[in-house]
Design a binder for this molecule. Structure first.
Ligand SMILES: NC(=O)c1ccc[n+]([C@@H]2O[C@H](COP(=O)([O-])OP(=O)(O)OC[C@H]3O[C@@H](n4cnc5c(N)ncnc54)[C@H](O)[C@@H]3O)[C@@H](O)[C@H]2O)c1
Length: 413
C-alpha cells in the first residue's frame, strides 16, 4: 500500500497533473506509442525523483507502457503532498510526503526497492546507492538505471571508476535536450521564482552572487541579470570563469563576493561553498539560497552554531542573527530553492527531460543483455528525435539541407 500524507488531497493534485500533462506534448506522444507497444509490460520500475506534477506525468507514462511503478521523493522538501496523493490514486505505489526525515527517506527507498525493480529512475543516484550498499541481491535483477541530475552522474561515474557499477546507466542529465534546457532555463527561471515567492523581494538593482557557472548557474545568472540584478559569479574552473566574465559578470572569489551580495545562490554540486568565514562578512539582510542537488552547499550547521538567535519569519525563510548583530536569511533550509519554495521547472522543459527518461528506459529494455556496466550517454538520435518532436509540438519549423548543400558540407576540396 502507498504511504502519502493525506489521500484526500488527490483531487487537487489531479488538477496539477492535468495542467502539467497539457504542457508536455512530447511525453504525450510517447505515451500514445507506449500504450500501443507496451515496452515495459510486466516490468517493475522503481523511481526516486522530486515528486511533483511533472514527475507524476512521467510515472503515469511508464504505467501506460505496461510497467508497475513504485516511487519515492528524492528530497525532503520537494514532494507535493497533493500530487503524491493523486499519483497514488492513479495506480503507482507512492511512498513520499513533504518533510520526510532521513530515516523515513531510507525507509521509503527500501519500500520502492521491495518491489524488486527491473529499471531504476534515479535523481541523485539514491536508489542505486542503496542497491550497491544494502540491497545487493537486486543487482542481478536490474536491467539498468537512468539518472536525471549532475550530482547523480558524479556518483554513478565514481561507481564505474571503482569498477563496482552493477548494471548500465543512461546519463539522461547529459542529453542535449536535458541540460541545455532543463538545467539552464528550467532551473534559471524556477530558482529565481522560488527566491521571489519566498521573499517577495525586488531583484532589480540587487547584487546576486551565483556560485558555480555550470548549466544551472548560467541559467540563474542570466535570469537574475534579466530581472535587473548585478551578477557576481564565483567559480573554481578557469574556463567557466572566463565564460562568465565574457557574459559580462563580475568574477571573483566567495571570500570577496561575501561582502558584495544581497542574494547568494549556490549551484555547484559541491559542498561547503558558503561557510562560517563568509557569513560573518555578509551585509545585514543577505539572502542565502541553494539550487544544487543536496543541502550541503551552504554550511547550515555552522550558520546555526554562529547565530545568536534564529526564527522563521516567513514560510521557507529563516532569519539568523549573528554575533555582529547582522541578520542573514536562509531559504528552504538550504535545500533546492526552486522545488522547495516554488513548483520546480516549468512543464515545457520537463517535457524534454522526461521524454529522455522514457526513451532511455525503453532503450535499456530493448538492449537488455547487450550493454556494459558503465555510464552511457543517451544516443544522439533519441536526443534529436525529442528536439524535433518538441519543435513540431510548438509549431516551430526547420529547414532541411538540399543535396548540393550536403555535398558541399561533405567535401574537402
Ligand atoms: N535545482 C534543480 O532543480 C537542479 C536542476 C539541475 C541540476 N541541479 C543540480 O545543480 C548542481 C549543478 O549542476 P550543473 O548541471 O550546473 O553542474 P555543472 O557541473 O555543469 O556545474 C557546476 C559548476 O560549479 C563549479 N564549482 C564546483 N565547485 C565549486 C565551488 N566550490 N565554488 C565555485 N564553483 C564551483 C564547477 O566548476 C562547475 O562549473 C548539481 O548538484 C545538480 O545535480 C539542480
Amino acid at each position: 500500500m502507498s504511504r502519502v500524507k493525506n489521500p484526500s488531497l488527490a483531487p487537487q493534485g489531479q488538477l496539477k497533473i492535468e495542467w502539467a500533462k497539457d504542457h508536455m506534448p512530447v511525453l504525450g506522444k510517447i505515451r500514445v506509442r507506449f500504450e500501443k507497444e507496451r515496452p515495459f509490460q510486466g516490468l517493475e520500475i522503481g523511481m526516486c525523483m522530486h515528486l511533483e506534477m511533472k514527475t507524476a506525468v512521467l510515472g503515469q507514462v511508464f504505467q501506460a507502457g505496461g510497467a508497475n511503478v513504485a516511487i519515492t521523493g528524492s528530497n525532503p522538501l520537494s514532494t507535493q503532498d497533493d500530487v503524491a496523493a493523486a499519483l497514488a490514486a492513479s495506480g503507482p505505489y507512492v511512498y513520499a510526503w513533504r518533510g520526510v526525515t532521513e530515516s523515513e527517506h531510507q525507509e521509503n527507498l527500501s519500500s520502492v526497492l521491495a518491489h524488486r525493480p527491473d529499471i531504476l529512475i534515479d535523481d541523485g543516484g539514491e536508489l542505486s546507492v542503496a542497491v550497491h550498499t544494502t540491497k545487493t541481491d537486486l543487482k542481478s535483477k536490474i536491467i539498468g538505471a537512468c539518472e536525471e541530475t549532475t550530482t547523480g552522474i558524479h556518483r554513478y561515474k565514481a561507481m564505474e571508476a571503482e569498477g563496482v557499477l552493477a548494471y548500465p546507466v543512461m546519463a539522461v542529465n547529459d542529453a542535449y535536450t536535458k541540460y541545455l534546457f532543463d538545467s539552464q532555463h528550467g532551473t534559471g527561471q524556477s530558482a529565481l521564482e522560488g527566491i521571489m515567492r519566498a521573499t517577495n523581494m525586488l531583484i532589480a538593482g540587487k547584487t546576486v552572487v551565483v556560485a558555480g557557472y555550470g548549466w544551472v548557474g548560467r541559467g540563474i545568472a542570466l535570469r537574475a541579470k534579466g530581472l535587473g540584478a548585478k551578477v557576481v559569479v564565483t567559480e573554481v574552473d578557469p574556463i567557466r570563469a572566463l565564460e562568465a566574465a565574457m557574459q559580462g559578470y563580475h568574477v571573483t572569489t566567495m571570500g570577496a563576493a561575501a561582502e558584495m551580495g544581497d542574494v547568494f545562490v549556490t549551484a555547484t554540486g559541491c559542498k561547503n561553498v558558503i561557510v562560517a568565514e563568509h557569513f560573518s562578512k555578509m551585509k545585514d539582510g543577505a539572502i542565502l539560497a541553494n539550487s544544487g542537488h543536496y543541502d550541503v552547499e551552504v554550511d547550515v550547521k555552522s550558520l546555526r552554531n554562529l547565530a545568536a538567535a534564529s526564527r522563521v519569519v516567513r514560510q521557507n525563510v529563516e532569519e539568523f542573527t549573528l554575533a555582529n548583530q547582522k541578520r542573514v536569511y536562509l531559504l528552504a533550509e538550504g535545500r533546492l530553492v526552486n522545488l522547495a519554495a516554488a513548483d520546480g521547472h516549468p512543464s515545457e522543459v520537463m517535457d524534454m527531460s522526461f521524454a529522455n527518461q522514457a526513451l532511455a528506459a525503453e532503450y535499456l529494455v530493448k538492449n537488455r543483455g547487450k550493454l556494459e556496466r558503465r555510464v552511457y550517454t543517451v544516443p544522439l538520435e533519441l536526443d534529436r528525435q525529442i528536439a524535433s518532436l518538441w519543435l513540431e509540438a510548438h509549431q516551430l519549423a526547420l529547414d532541411t539541407l538540399k543535396d548540393e548543400q550536403l555535398q558541399y558540407l561533405r567535401s574537402w576540396r
